[in-house]
Ligand binder design. Structure first.
Ligand code: C2E
Ligand code: MG
Ligand code: MG
Ligand code: MG
Length: 284
């Protein structure tokens, strides 16, 4: 085994894997350092447009890490490291606080913030969120937390307690990447969810004859029957947009409309608009 081969020898993974392990350790160290002053983190906002009116109804906060030498690192990479290294609570608080502060001055109905399952298991999570809302002055019903379907399925006492407290306060819950977790369909009746975000893998498959049309249609119908709002993520083409509008999806989000924007870009988009009117698309 790797252990028996002793010090100085490469592990069974070989040199390439060792390089990856070393890189990962370096990034964890940098992440720890970056979290002590937070200046390398930014929160970007991707608009969500109401399918019917074309209005920019809300935004989703997405974390960004501007690493001093490696450039912009995706949350797909650093969120799992933060989770494993016990840093997600701090990172999550930062994103929430920044998003709530920004949203408090914006006219959107809601701001959505992604939450990791590790945060949901933290017995102090709901209290943290309430503290952030009161510090930033954002009303609880203007905050929505995006939780992946898989995280939401978890049988966990702390998670349930957090969900109950958050919902009692009026905070919205959206199931993110919906349709990828397989088993939620049957449990939606007992849900305490407000909103479903259809995973972009289904949107991507539209027109590819994989049955994704039927899946999306079923999700939208189910959501409507339950009184839940639907958003499609990852909308990149007009053909996808047309289909999603036709089946009655409520909100559309994706590169077709806008990439995630910095807070300053959102400020500029809103500047000079009378009566806090929302930007509207001509394309929808
Ligand atoms: P998500 O919440 O499902 O967010 C959607 C991801 O798809 C975002 O990537 C977004 O930039 C990207 N996207 C948006 N429109 C399109 C499109 O039209 N086509 C394609 N191909 N992609 C599109 P991003 O920002 O890299 O975030 C990835 C994931 O990282 C998020 O998935 C979310 O699960 C997680 N994440 C982001 N920010 C945070 C955070 O603050 N906390 C936690 N716990 N997770 C976060
Ligand atoms: Mg999300
Ligand atoms: Mg999503
Ligand atoms: Mg997704």
């Amino acid at each position: 085994s790797a252990k028996a081969s002793g010090r100085g020898c490469y592990s069974i993974f070989g040199p390439h894997m060792d390089a990856l392990v070393r890189e990962r350790a370096e990034i964890e160290r940098d992440l720890r350092k970056a979290l002590s002053d937070l200046s390398q983190f930014k929160v970007f906002y991707q608009p969500k447009y109401l399918a019917e009116s074309g209005e920019m109804g809300s935004v989703e906060a997405l974390a960004r890490w501007q690493h001093p030498t490696r450039g912009m690192i995706s949350p797909v990479y650093f969120v799992p490291i933060a989770e494993e290294a016990g840093l997600i609570r701090e990172l999550g608080r930062y994103v929430l606080e920044q998003a709530c502060r920004d949203a408090a001055r914006w006219p959107f109905e809601t701001v959505a913030v992604n939450v990791s399952p590790v945060q949901l298991r933290d017995p102090g999570f709901a209290v943290d969120v309430m503290g952030i809302l009161s510090r930033t002055g954002l009303l609880p019903n203007r905050l929505e937390l995006e939780v992946t379907e898989t995280a939401w399925m978890e049988e966990c006492e702390e998670c349930s307690t957090n969900f109950r407290a958050l919902r009692a306060a009026g905070i919205g819950i959206a199931l993110d990447d919906f349709g990828t977790g397989f088993s939620t369909f049957g449990r939606l009746h007992e849900t305490e969810v407000d909103h479903i975000k259809i995973d972009k893998s289904f949107v991507e498959g539209l027109g590819a004859d994989r049955g994704d049309e039927a899946i999306i249609q079923a999700i939208v119908e189910l959501a409507r029957a339950k009184g839940l709002k639907t958003t499609a993520e990852g909308v990149e083409t007009e053909a996808q947009m047309e289909f999603l509008k036709r089946v009655g999806c409520d909100e559309l989000q994706g590169f077709l409309y806008s990439e995630p924007l910095s807070g300053e870009e959102v400020d500029r988009l809103l500047a000079g608009r009378p009566d806090r009117r929302l930007p509207r698309l001509s394309i929808v």
